[in-house]
Design a protein around this ligand. Structure first.
Ligand SMILES: Nc1ncnc2c1ncn2[C@@H]1O[C@H](COP(=O)(O)OP(=O)(O)O)[C@@H](O)[C@H]1O
Ligand SMILES: [Mg+2]
Ligand SMILES: [Zn+2]
Length: 336
């Protein structure tokens, strides 16, 4: 589960917020009940102090056994009285206890099982929610799903390669869906080729959505902003540390628009090293580009592109720019 430090901090903060809320509410309940039924306060305090009194009795020596027995009976009597008093006024026995959102971990995020500390499903869920929120800051994650990916935008006439875009894209979409459904740390790398506005970003985010739901850490970054981060690190020393840490370590890395960034002799090696280290670690990566293989080679190096090519599934996107198609459709709907 590769999550960035930022996501981890945000998820932990979410849980401790819930914990504090539950504890604060319990404290308020306690105060209200003490006001309503002052006897409950005496009883709670009496029960609370019986441990101390017992310890004192032991230290004092003398007839400790008899005194302890008396204390135990006292304690039991007070507990019974408290329970009865609460019940008579319509309260449950554990009304003073905080009502945590997660009963398994009491909103701490961890629980013990067979002397092993395990991460609670509620923390896993919070992590995946925070990862989505974080990703959404950079990309329209929630707008790009499989559910709203429509094949209607792709032409049904064969193109110059004698390929029918709609049937071809149907296969591409199905492939991506299966990829997302079966995602694991051993999933293949994908390379999306095609002109602007054909749904490359949309499908890669649709995959991201699903994979995050499964609890994997996903980083989406456009090649230009990745390069910008590397440059900032080199030049100014201030950069998004989390992002650069995570691009190598996350479970799924999505690099959008490779080749659209301004490259130079300093930035090319960063991208090369990044891609290379993901390939060496066999960690999945999805890359999309508007360039052809030849153009990528020119911008990067033959070495990088041939490595990439050997270890990725290549998917071509065909059709007409959907941004334009959507605008046209809106116009038609407005003035039929
Ligand atoms: N098949 C599709 N169904 C619905 N909307 C789509 C589809 N493909 C792309 N879009 C939308 O069209 C716009 C451009 O698509 P995008 O994925 O950014 O293209 P690309 O990354 O190939 O340039 C986005 O708003 C996207 O959500
Ligand atoms: Mg795009
Ligand atoms: Zn929990």
């Amino acid at each position: 589960m590769g999550y960035s430090k930022k996501v981890f901090r945000a998820a932990t903060a979410k849980l401790s917020g819930r914990k504090q809320d539950a504890e604060r509410a319990a404290e308020e309940r306690r105060r209200a009940i003490y006001r309503q039924l002052p006897r409950t306060e005496e009883l709670v305090k009496g029960i609370g102090s019986s441990g101390i009194r017992a310890a004192r009795a032991v230290v004092r020596g003398g007839n400790a056994a008899e005194e302890l027995e008396k204390l135990r009976a006292d304690n039991l009597r007070m507990q019974n009285e408290l329970r009865a008093l609460l019940q008579a006024n319509g309260y449950t026995e554990n009304v003073f206890e905080p009502d945590y959102s997660c009963k398994r971990c009491n909103d701490t995020g961890y629980y013990e099982q067979d002397n092993i500390t395990l991460m609670c499903p509620c923390l896993k869920k919070a992590l995946s929610e925070c990862a989505c929120e974080e990703l959404n800051r950079y990309a329209p994650l929630y707008q790009c799903t499989f559910a709203n990916f429509s094949l209607d935008y792709y032409p049904t006439e064969p193109n110059e390669h004698n390929i029918v875009p709609r049937s071809h894209m149907e296969k591409v979409c199905r492939y991506c869906r299966e990829y997302a459904d079966n995602f694991s740390l051993h999933s293949r790398n994908l390379l999306f080729f095609g002109a602007t506005g054909l749904g490359k970003t949309h499908l890669s985010l649709a995959i991201a959505n699903e994979v995050i739901q499964k609890g994997f850490g996903v980083i989406y970054v456009s090649a230009p902003s990745l390069i910008q981060q590397y440059e900032q690190r080199m030049r100014y020393g201030s950069y998004d540390e989390d992002l650069l840490d995570m691009v190598t370590d996350c479970d799924l890395l999505i690099i959008d628009d490779l080749g659209s960034e301004f490259t130079n002799q300093f930035t090319v090696p960063h991208i090369y090293n990044l891609i290379n280290s993901r390939l060496l670690l066999a960690r999945p990566i999805i890359i999309s580009t508007n360039l052809t293989m030849k153009e990528l080679e020119r911008q990067y190096s033959y070495r990088m592109v041939s490595r990439l090519s050997g270890e990725t599934e290549k998917l071509n996107f065909f059709g007409n720019d959907i941004r334009i198609g959507k605008k046209r459709l809106k116009k038609v709907q407005k003035n039929p």
